[in-house]
Design a protein around this ligand. Structure first.
Ligand code: PAF
Length: 276
């Protein structure tokens, strides 16, 4: 494990000097099978596999769950080793955001709406820390889950716009047998709320079933999803149909599309999405 960003960079420079490819899986820890699938794919794509664990204060709003975000460093390191991870980069906040830190990266359009609207500043925090980690770790390839669909779109846009020399790989959401998307925040759910949380995937699946039969009107697909979700969650934060590449809102499914949802279940905010 390395905490010091300068030591991390030196490790990567040595690996690159030996001609080794480096894969990076950036996480906030509390690893689950979704993270392990990213690590396993990273293992296949590079000689060196780095996991970063950093609960990034810059991407949490003042009323959000930074203080109580699940943390399990010892367990994470065991899981990472089990899939052949070479190194965990686990910096302190003071090491990432040094004295006088004042730079931020804003990916303007893709960050609009959805989580960007409900969590002001969230994607500035994500883009900034991911860019910093790319500079520190210097990976050839970095892997992210499609569960955070808007985050992945933001990172892809940033890498293109800033000519960052890293390949971005997005991998499908890993789900529980009943469809619930794996998330570190699922740990917040009570047994009863865990049952209700199935509604998100049930709603998305109902919409997809209609789309598969040829229904192209976003409003009809949203009604089908709402009928499944609204009765079982405490509040739908958003439910929208967007273009899968640039996340522009869609009224009709006339190009590759994705339905995205965020909903509160017993005080826990869950997100999910499904391509239509
Ligand atoms: O998806 C996450 O866990 C975080 O947003 C990330 C990409 C590690 C940046 O802090």
């Amino acid at each position: 494990m390395i905490a010091d960003p300068a030591a991390m960079s030196a490790w990567s420079e040595a690996a690159r000097g030996r001609g080794e490819r480096i894969a990076l899986v950036p996480t906030m820890g509390a690893l689950h099978a979704g993270h392990l699938s990213l690590l396993a794919e990273g293992r296949r794509r590079a000689q060196r596999l780095v996991l970063s664990i950093f609960v990034n204060p810059m991407q949490f709003g003042p009323q959000e769950d930074l203080a109580k975000y699940p943390r399990d460093l010892a367990g994470d390191l065991v899981q990472a080793a089990s899939v052949g991870c070479d190194l965990a980069f686990v910096p302190e906040a003071a090491g990432v955001y040094g004295p006088g830190f004042q730079t931020a990266i804003e990916v303007r359009e893709v960050s609009q709406g959805l989580c960007g609207a409900r969590r002001p500043g969230h994607f500035v925090g994500v883009a900034t820390v991911v860019c910093k980690f790319f500079n520190i770790v210097q990976p050839h390839v970095a892997l992210f889950g499609e569960k955070d669909f808007q985050q992945l779109a933001v990172i892809r846009r940033m890498v293109t716009d800033l000519n960052l020399p890293v390949e971005i790989v997005g991998l499908p959401t890993v789900r529980e047998p009943d469809g619930l998307a794996l998330s570190s925040r699922n740990a917040y759910l009570s047994v009863a709320d865990r049952q209700r949380a199935r509604a998100l995937f049930a709603g998305l699946s109902a919409a997809k079933a209609l789309a598969d039969k040829g229904e192209g009107r976003a409003s009809v697909l949203l009604d089908a999803a709402t009928a499944e979700i609204a009765a079982r969650v405490d509040r739908i934060d958003y439910l929208e149909v967007r273009a899968a590449d640039d996340l522009k809102p869609l009224d009709r499914i006339d190009r590759p599309a994705v339905m995205l949802v965020a909903a509160f279940v017993g005080g826990t905010r869950l997100i999910d999405n499904l391509r239509l």
